[in-house]
Design a protein around this ligand. Structure first.
Ligand code: HEC
Ligand code: HEC
Length: 388
């Protein structure tokens, strides 16, 4: 049977040749620990991100912080690690990649001690995608949830765009990881070496056929560089995160409003509804959802003007954007709006009617920060009694 040269490597027996060469150290401790921790951190981010429950946001963010820390470490280690950790041994130019592909097509099987050109390009692409994921994640966190170092700068709409890009990059990274695994499997088969094991033991059968100039690892230099980056980035991030979020309600609730409009139910933050909704509500207090909630003229005017100045149009939070479109059949009820219904679709109707909650409008039964108008996902907890 005629064998295609491209697949000839599958039939060659080079085990005798490889057995004769003692394994040599290739992947230093820095590369291997980086690789192991990155798998862990990316898995945590993927699991918490794709399942997308708001309950897991904290773990998702922690995973992202570890990922960016690891990416920075890898960039530093690419300048200060031992020979094959260094980017100077990554031959990922188009010319090198095309030469490598042609080599495979001709059926040659020259093993590489470091990354082969396609492998090197893959490592760089993964690092770029991971940095992009963290960048868009931080922007989305700032714009949509008004949290983190970009909360003071990122608008809600730009945050939504960043979130879409983040989601695309997340799918992209899954695809890259799949290609990476396929590439490792293919190359292991082609050069008859267990490359996965090499990434754990750090050793590969030598010798090298590309004469790379030798470098020894410079851990102290790497440590200093990491300390320098951390010394700038960590306090910077903390300081930026402490700045007031763009378009987040910050003023105190008007005491007359809290007293009068909080007498029968939760005093809804003014930023939850538009001026038009507040106008209609304030103009119909004598027939307020079947109750007479009317106030004297002076109080009505003062509360109306407070609501007007603090209505949703003045803010940029997720909560202030979510209920701008009201249900025409029930135009003054926030909890009838399509936005509210969508945000709460995962909660059974029966949960709201329990005594522990006390109705859909009892926002503060589940949102510990409801009174501030923020509605952070980390501050949600449905009362236990309501869940039995
Ligand atoms: C006498 C009691 C009473 C007072 C005072 C009162 N409300 Fe209400 N309010 C109600 C009732 C009852 C409902 C309907 C609740 C339901 O159906 O779940 C309601 C519903 C609402 C809703 C819709 C909540 C939702 O489910 O989306 C808003 C907004 C609202 N009130 C605003 C106000 C404002 C503003 C004031 C002050 C001017 C005020 N209320 C004062 C009794 C009152
Ligand atoms: C029974 C508990 C409960 C009540 C009552 C409730 N919520 Fe929620 N709310 C939740 C839960 C749980 C989520 C998250 C849902 C999810 O992740 O699928 C949520 C999500 C939200 C979000 C989105 C938070 C984010 O950052 O993603 C907003 C805004 C919000 N609720 C506003 C309100 C308002 C306004 C009210 C009152 C009119 C209200 N909620 C009443 C439980 C409740």
């Amino acid at each position: 049977m005629a064998r295609s040269p491209a697949l000839a490597f599958l039939f060659e027996d080079n085990s005798a040749r490889l057995a004769a060469v003692p394994p040599v150290p290739v992947w230093d401790l820095g590369v291997r620990v980086f690789h192991g921790l990155l798998i862990l951190a990316v898995s945590v981010c993927a699991a918490t991100g794709f399942i997308a429950s708001r309950d897991w946001l904290g773990l998702h963010l922690l995973g992202g912080e570890i990922v960016i820390g690891l990416v920075v470490f890898r960039l530093v280690w690419g300048q200060s690690g031992s020979t094959y950790a260094r980017f100077s041994t990554f031959h990922a130019s188009w010319a090198a990649i095309s030469a490598h592909v042609h080599e495979i097509a001709r059926g040659e099987r020259r093993p590489h001690l470091g990354h082969n050109p396609v492998g090197a390009a893959m490592v760089l692409a993964l690092l770029v995608f991971l940095a992009g994921l963290v960048g868009t994640g931080v922007w989305a966190l700032g714009g949509v949830l008004k949290q983190g170092p970009l909360a003071f700068l990122a608008s809600y709409t730009s945050g939504l765009t960043a979130r879409s890009i983040h989601n695309l990059l997340a799918i992209g990274i899954l695809a890259l990881v799949g290609l990476h695994l396929a590439g490792v499997a293919f190359e292991s088969l082609r050069v008859r070496q267990n490359l996965t094991r090499s990434m754990i033991t750090g050793r590969k059968p030598g010798p090298d056929d590309e004469a790379e100039p030798r470098h020894s690892a410079r851990p102290l230099r790497a440590l200093l560089a990491m300390a320098l980056v951390a010394g700038l980035v960590v306090p910077g991030t903390v300081a930026l995160s402490a700045r007031p979020g763009l378009g987040v309600p910050a003023g105190a609730t008007d005491p007359a409003y809290a007293r009068e409009c909080g007498a029968c139910h939760f005093a809804y933050p003014a930023s939850l509804a538009t001026q038009a909704v507040w106008h209609s509500l304030m103009n119909g207090l004598d027939a307020h959802f079947g109750e007479n909630a009317s106030l004297d003229a002076a109080q009505t005017a003062s509360i109306a003007s407070y609501l007007d100045l603090n209505a949703a149009e003045h803010f940029d939070t997720l909560a202030s954007h979510s209920f701008r479109l009201m249900n025409p059949g029930d135009p003054m009820r926030l909890t009838a709006s399509p936005g509210w219904t969508r945000l709460h679709r995962s909660i059974a109707e029966s949960v709201f009617t329990t005594r522990a909650v006390g109705g859909k409008g009892a926002c503060n039964a589940c949102h510990q920060d409801g009174a501030t108008g923020r509605f952070d996902p980390q501050r949600i907890s449905i009362p236990k009694e309501a869940l039995n």
